[in-house]
Design a protein around this ligand. Structure first.
Ligand code: ATP
Length: 266
């Protein structure tokens, strides 16, 4: 039988991110509780939730950095258990981007290119292009130890997208950025989405997901308590009344521990 279900007529396209019953326990504490996700390729998924809701833990599991306690997940159809294969499909910008303080921004990116087997001739041009796109050219040859938080964040973003991954996981990508720098990063993300990159974006900045996300998922106490398009979430099903994303967030992140439903609340 043909394994490639993407090419069979009538069969659904392989999902960018699929999770079934994904669960993480730390001792008695359930940080992520039976999470199901089905995110199509090319989508932007905005992942919201209060502090401690389990967002970073979810991203660490989906990027194969932390094994789940239970459940399964796959990136572009490759199960997380096939760690090497799965990491080729994905890029990850964690909250604290991993960088060598003593290297310059350019050297750090050259090192990343080397680790990713990108030939020097190709890497140099791509590094120049990305540094320019993120307004880092002037700082490129200074040690990272002299960088501001926002500059580090941009280097972290370049690292995450350098190998042109199909799926990009971003933890607070605009954290520490001034409004102009945040706009630059959002424009870079929009270009990636135009090229069919799937973006899984965790942030506390609601306007960012409101602008970029095709689907928003809200996590509370490890459970997905709401999921839908920004427009659907903001429209009350019963009355058609409009509300802000902030109102939705505040409503669905009150105590939902005993509720089973992950539907859009009305
Ligand atoms: N390594 C760990 N050991 C024990 N508990 C952990 C560990 N990592 C996370 N937790 C706990 O799991 C829960 C979820 O944490 P997580 O960092 O995933 O939340 P978050 O939604 O990313 O929060 P924030 O918005 O504050 O970054 C928290 O209660 C946290 O204390």
């Amino acid at each position: 039988m043909d394994e490639d279900t993407t090419r069979l007529p009538g069969k659904p396209e392989v999902l960018a991110i699929e999770a079934k019953g994904l669960t993480k326990r730390f001792g008695d504490h359930v940080a992520v509780d039976q999470l199901d996700l089905a995110i199509p390729q090319g989508h932007v998924y905005g992942f919201l939730g209060p502090n401690g809701a389990g967002k970073t833990t979810t991203m660490r599991m989906l990027t194969a950095l932390m094994p789940p306690t239970a459940g399964t997940a796959a990136i572009i159809g490759t199960p997380l258990s096939e760690r090497q294969a799965v990491t080729r499909h994905l890029g990850y910008l964690p909250e604290e981007p991993p960088v060598y303080e003593e290297l310059t921004g350019r050297e750090q990116l050259s090192y990343v290119a080397f680790l990713q087997d990108v030939p020097d001739s190709v890497a140099a041009d791509r590094i120049d292009e990305l540094l320019a796109q993120l307004n880092l050219t002037d700082a490129a040859d200074r040690p990272i130890s002299t960088y501001s938080k926002g500059m580090r964040q941009k280097i972290g973003l370049i690292q995450a997208l350098f190998h042109r991954p199909a799926v990009l996981f971003l933890d607070e990508p605009t954290s520490g950025l001034d409004p102009r720098a945040a706009r630059t990063v959002l424009d870079v993300l929009k270009d990636l989405v135009d090229e069919e990159t799937t973006v899984f974006l965790s942030t506390h900045i609601l306007s960012v997901v409101d602008e970029l996300a095709d689907t928003i998922g809200i996590l509370h106490e490890g459970r997905l308590v709401a999921e839908g398009s920004p427009a659907d979430l903001k429209r009350r099903a019963e009355t058609g009344e409009e509300r802000t994303l902030e109102q939705v967030f505040l409503e669905v992140t009150t105590d939902h521990r005993d509720e089973e439903s992950a539907e859009v609340p009305t």
